[in-house]
Design a protein around this ligand. Structure first.
Ligand SMILES: [Fe+2]
Length: 382
């Protein structure tokens, strides 16, 4: 069975932030963070809202890895203000927090009011980094600060109605964040390309995402003001999001969720460090199973003009290309180089493997894994 769904309107291109003025909105709630306020991105939006005589309230309390407490504060904000639209303006954390606010808002109303009387505010996602693809997915991750655990939520209620991809909002993103988030895009695309849910519809988006991301990430990294490269990365991020929202991801993300949470390394960077090791395993290169599992990686190599009659050479070249990208982006080759304490990492391996095994992304990994395999892979990445 092939399944593919795309329920978000996508508006892409420089200056498309202006399209907010044409959406017949009367009253909106903007969910964002302090940084977006400080660097003037929120001003760009509120200037448009003012000009269009749209009333608004700004909730700027979202932090990195948003907590349940923050979601609760935002929930009160939206319940009191009763907006006809919720605009999430920021990176992955902001969009994730806004998703959870919408989700709990509707769930709370369902307890109090009959379902047919509930009007869901329009949900508009405006990403200001090119990485998570969160603007087109129905997934959100919230942190429970009491138990130090991540709470993954997945519900169609959280899928944005509109995604605005205006890369002029990404020009001020610092280099290391461009690097980390860009490698997250590449990881999304390569995992979705090999995942068990992949099909020719998801491949279409993923293949364009692979071409765009490999072709533009270094340009955006070396020159943050390169508007063309920034827009290509923004589109690539969204396309990879469409791909993995339908096809699923794999153990690269499962392990990244576990390691990132335990050692406080950014999500994109954790993925980038893991990626060469995980492709070597998932493709079958490391254990002589290339004929069984290697084909998607061979096709990915072909998309990047790596030509050879040998599948092994294609997969090896793809892995080498990723290593070269990491090197140029100043991303270390393993977690020791990243500054992680070796002893603490080694001690954490059983727990990290256990968490990764239970992660939602493991179910769509192209190869079945068990705890022993995950522990071995974790050891390799140190
Ligand atoms: Fe990711």
């Amino acid at each position: 069975m092939k399944k593919f769904v795309l329920d978000t309107d996508i508006i892409s291109g420089e200056g498309t932030l202006e399209s907010i003025s044409k959406m017949s909105l009367k009253r909106v709630c903007v969910v964002t963070d302090k940084m977006m306020v400080e660097i003037g991105i929120v001003d760009k939006l509120t200037t448009i809202l003012d000009k269009s005589r749209i009333a608004y309230k700004v909730f700027d309390r979202v932090e990195a890895n948003p907590s349940l407490e923050t979601v609760n504060l935002g929930l009160h904000h939206i319940i009191d203000y009763k907006p006809d639209a919720l605009i999430a303006l920021g990176g992955g954390s902001v969009i994730d927090a806004a998703k959870a606010i919408i989700y709990f808002c509707i769930k709370t109303k369902e307890v109090l009011v009959e379902k047919s009387h509930i009007i869901k505010p329009m949900f508009i996602a405006i990403p200001t980094t090119s990485g998570t693809g969160s603007e087109v997915t129905s997934i959100s991750v919230i942190t429970d600060t009491k138990t130090h655990s991540k709470i993954p939520l997945k519900d169609s209620l959280m899928l944005p109605d509109v995604a605005i991809l205006d890369a002029s909002l990404t020009l001020t993103v610092p280099r290391h964040i461009t690097a980390d988030t860009g490698m997250d895009v590449i990881t999304h695309a390569l995992e979705a390309y090999a995942a068990t849910g992949a099909n020719r519809f998801t491949d279409l988006f993923v293949e364009e995402s692979i071409r765009l991301a490999f072709g533009n990430l270094l340009k955006a990294y070396y020159n943050g003001n390169n508007k063309v490269a920034r827009q290509h990365m923004h589109d690539a991020s969204c396309m990879a999001g469409i791909g993995f929202n339908n096809a699923g991801l794999g153990i690269n993300h499962s392990l990244a969720h576990a390691i990132g949470g335990a050692f406080g390394i950014s999500h994109g960077r954790t993925n980038a460090i893991l990626l060469p090791y995980i492709i070597a395993f998932n493709s079958g290169l490391s254990d002589g199973n290339l004929e069984l599992y290697g084909k998607p990686y061979g096709r990915a190599a072909e998309l990047l003009n790596i030509e050879s009659d040998s599948l092994e050479l294609k997969v090896r070249s793809l892995i080498e290309l990723i290593r070269q990208f990491n090197k140029k982006l100043e991303i270390p080759a393993n977690f020791r180089e990243q500054g992680v304490d070796s002893k603490a990492f080694e001690e954490a391996i059983p727990e990290l493997a256990e968490k990764a095994l239970d992660d939602i992304c493991t179910a769509t990994n192209p190869r079945r894994v068990d705890r022993t395999i995950l522990e071995r892979l974790l050891k390799e990445t140190l």
